[in-house]
Design a protein around this ligand. Sequence first.
Ligand code: ADP
Ligand code: MG
Length: 571
Amino acid sequence: MTTFEELGLNSELISSLKDLGFVEPSPIQEKCIPFILNSKKDLIALAQTGTGKTAAYGLPILNQIKSNEKDLRAIILCPTRELCIQITQDIKDYAKHLKSISVTSVYGGSSIDLQIRALKKGTNIVVGTPGRVHDLIRRKVLRLQSIEWVVLDEADEMLDMGFKDDLDSILEQTPKTRQTLLFSATISKSVHSIAKHYMNDTEEISIGEKNIGAENVAHEYYVVSTRDRFEALKRILDHLPGVYGILFCRTRNETQEVADKLKRADYDTEALHGDVSQAMRTKIMDRFKHKKAGLLVATDVAARGIDVSNLSHVINYNLPDNDEGYTHRSGRTGRAQKRGVSISIISPREIRRIKELERIVGREIVFKKVPSGEDVCQKQINNFLDEIENTEIKEITNEQHFTEIADRLNKINKDDLIKHFIIHKFGHLLYANQNSRDLNADAKTFSPRKLSGEANSAVKINFGKKHGFSIKDIFGLINSNKNLKGIEIGKIDLMPESSAFSVEKDKVADVIKYLTGARYRGQKIIVTKGSEGSSYSTRSRSSGSSYSARSRSDRPSRGFSGNKKRFGRAR
Ligand code: ADP
Ligand code: MG
């Protein structure tokens, strides 16, 4: 195990990392820190969301700024104000034991005068959004001639958000001798073009497979007709007591509308989108971070840079317009070694997108049925009874209440008491869910089984991670073979020595026939049938590698009290 000391960081930074509880560097940090400390070459660093990119550039830059230095040495550009605030705070945390290093953040939607004043005092590092930084350069408050490092954090997002022109003019103002450090979760064409224009002699460090969803995230989808989307959402939420997550909507209007409707139905939710004022935003984020609200309804833009690491779920009320958006959204959960679930509610027409997304995230997206009203009752009641059973009994002094209560309740016979109790607590739930409609889209209009693997069978191939074999290679082998092209691939499991993937049962023979004897990196391919009688996805589930059977301890401890509130009223 490499330590932060071994990467060459000074003792002040090491003590800050101790304070923060960072025990060992993450993989992207392990590679980037020594590189930035020792090389003047430009860098493209690619790693998924939540892998610790801020420290990967922040630490080596801080390590090279002398205390009492007056000049502006580094500028960090990022897409949103939330991210700006977060990065600034992170850098300040790292710099805690360094003497007199100053970090200033500048972003839109906040008083420019205050930011100008802060800059005039002199600062070593500026963290800013491209629009505001450009503005400050034009006003000649921000001068970049002494800059040594330019960091483009979430470069792909900045370009997606239309900051290209601002970036162009900012980069033009920095000295040619600068080192440009580009950090991104995905590499798109526009990132390439920035690299081509503004970077030279570039090193690329990439951790994990680009565009691949985090290992800790399980993916699920529900198919409902568009008009039932909201009802289905409520059922899904009701079936997830303790959910703590973000619900993604496409537009500001939709975000507000869905949040309002949920609130009216007594769910504890908050809406976050571009029309929400900064003051409100702070309040909302505070409620959400402290789990006062279990569900944050948000647009993609508003959710960027929200750093909440223990989300149990990400829910796509609609699929995002592009595949990268899906990766970004699902990357919000499954962070900090915790498991997460990414749920999509789609219409039958969007089934094709699921297939495409499976390819992008490199794992199966599991088809799920919208729970019935009965399922919801069952789940809520069981959850409540679990809570009752597990209630910790603490010593209390005013015990006389117990006797009073017991005296009164003793007058009711036990069966009646249970009935009263159930109706009081769950009457509304039971009433609302009796004769409830099946919200699943008519299965005739789509074929989820094909995708989710139950009618699939596994094949084994004699290449694995050790040989550098990847998910892409599997798709490559299948699609470049004229007899196999277009075959649907289900769950893929890459093991060290070999790999397995599932295809429809009636395609197994073809896959064996046409791939065996073909070559991978010059070596002969051998394909065999996976173990008999067990469809691949079933097998992996029982071995515990699928997340569908989450243990109770995986659930967040406090949770989405919306359900309790909703069903807890006396009626
Ligand atoms: P990214 O920019 O890659 O999405 P961040 O830099 O925001 O990721 O880091 C994600 C989280 O991981 C943050 O809460 C951060 O404090 C934490 N973190 C970063 N590096 C480490 C480390 N080496 N050990 C423990 N936690 C870390
Ligand atoms: Mg980041």
